[in-house]
Design a protein around this ligand. Structure first.
Ligand SMILES: NC(=O)c1ccc[n+]([C@@H]2O[C@H](COP(=O)([O-])OP(=O)(O)OC[C@H]3O[C@@H](n4cnc5c(N)ncnc54)[C@H](O)[C@@H]3O)[C@@H](O)[C@H]2O)c1
Length: 392
């Protein structure tokens, strides 16, 4: 029975690590010759990654601490846990929505400024509350820009609270579209969302095209008194334009997880210190998801949620399997199949998928795969890694 060695570079949630069966896995922070490495925020760029490594698992979403290009060149997939923190972010967005609707932050500041010894304390409380009268959510419109894992959950909870939802996502995945409540109105542009919403929330990745997605021009389209929420990334919003829109009454509040220098101290800005994914559950979910993916890869060669490899699944119909990562160039499959034929291996089933410059092939064969054929395939120009994966 094949056994595997897992090196952990950070503290990984025990909920995840417990999913490695002790009989087959050695897991720890000083494991040598690892088959896979699990990491959270440890910077791997300067690290000498051992030749034995077949996979990297990042218990979280961002992978900028991992040298992806160098690992791709070695045919090593990097897995992450997209969506594992989506509920955590959704709950903070919901908190922010309610804080904005009910003027909670200025009301708290008002109370903190009261003199507890004042004889007219009660009168001051009753008098002060008038300025903080809020609005209720049912019937109000929430605009959602980006309808992926987080945006979809936010749309769902908003509708359950009686809100109307209008969403925009030109590249929504089929799965995300399936999950989206049917009452979410489809907008054809961000401008359309800005014009029709009382609250606007952003759930897009930071990319060159989403930098300053919300700028002075788009803010000018918003209804007076709109509440803007940004729990995605700082640079998606032009902070200076937001401060100007708040001053002009175009925006009532800006609630964000990214307290940029232009925002701190602004009266109608509510900024949190990047708390979106900071829950115990999100850490557990990320670890569970990435451990399961790394196990599937080590034990069966299948790939889900890799940032540098295509998704590849193949039902296991034979105990003898070969996994090959190769450059996405012509005639690779022909060369791989003839190396197998030469070694007398009968192909039972085969799947090949590509993603950009990377291709990945799983081949189930009818007899055991010897070292000689693995070496022969490894010697084909363009092959990056080869592994025989016998069934447990
Ligand atoms: N505050 C936090 O701590 C925290 C935690 C997790 C994620 N995030 C942020 O939230 C973002 C969204 O996370 P997710 O898990 O929902 O990601 P996701 O990949 O599931 O969804 C992102 C969606 O945005 C869409 N999109 C891309 N460009 C767009 C555009 N120009 N207009 C409209 N839609 C566009 C994509 O098609 C996709 O459906 C992440 O990229 C990250 O920046 C923040």
């Amino acid at each position: 029975m094949a056994s595997f060695r897992i090196l952990t570079l950070n503290q990984i949630s025990a909920h995840g690590l417990h999913r490695f069966p002790a009989a087959r896995y050695t897991v720890g922070k000083s494991v040598d010759r690892p088959d896979a490495i699990l990491v959270r925020s440890h910077d791997m760029h300067a690290m000498a990654i051992p030749a034995s490594v077949r996979a990297i698992g990042r218990a979280g979403a961002g992978t900028n601490n991992i040298p992806i290009a160098a690992l791709s060149a070695r045919g090593v997939p990097v897995f992450n846990a997209p969506g594992a923190n989506a509920n955590a972010v959704k709950e903070l967005v919901l908190t922010a929505l309610l804080i904005g609707a009910r003027n909670v932050v200025p009301a708290l500041r008002y109370v903190e400024g009261l003199d507890p010894e004042a004889a007219d304390l009660e009168a001051r409380i009753e008098e002060g509350k008038k300025q903080f009268a809020g609005v209720e959510l049912p019937g109000r419109t929430l605009g959602i820009i980006g309808l992926g894992a987080i945006g979809g959950l936010v749309a769902d909870i908003a509708i359950k609270l009686g809100m109307k939802a209008i969403g925009f996502d030109p590249e929504i995945t089929v799965d995300a579209a399936w999950r989206l409540p049917s009452s979410v109105r489809k907008a054809h542009s961000i401008d359309e969302v800005m014009k029709h919403a009382d609250f606007v929330t952003l759930h897009v990745p930071l990319l060159p095209v989403t930098r300053h997605l919300i700028d002075a021009r788009r803010l000018a389209l918003a209804r007076p008194g709109t509440v803007l929420l940004n729990f995605s990334r700082d640079a998606i919003v032009d902070d200076a334009a937001v401060v100007a829109a708040l001053g002009a009454g175009r925006l009532r509040y800006y609630l964000t997880d990214f307290p940029g220098p232009a925002l701190i101290g602004q009266p109608n800005v509510v900024a949190l210190p990047h708390l979106g994914a900071s829950t115990a559950e999100a850490e557990d979910n990320s670890a569970v998801m990435v451990v399961d993916q790394v196990r599937e890869f080590l034990e069966h060669g299948t790939i889900a949620n890799s940032v540098n490899f295509p998704n590849v699944e193949m039902e296991r119909e034979s105990p003898h399997r070969v996994a090959i990562a190769n450059a996405n160039v012509p005639n690779m499959l022909g060369q791989i199949s003839s190396a197998m034929a030469k070694a007398g291996l009968n192909i039972h089933n085969m799947v090949n998928r590509s993603r950009g410059e990377m291709a990945y092939t799983l081949v189930d064969v009818e007899s055991p795969v010897g070292d000689a054929v693995v070496r022969a395939i490894a010697g084909i120009g363009g092959v990056l890694s080869v592994r025989a994966i016998p069934a447990a």
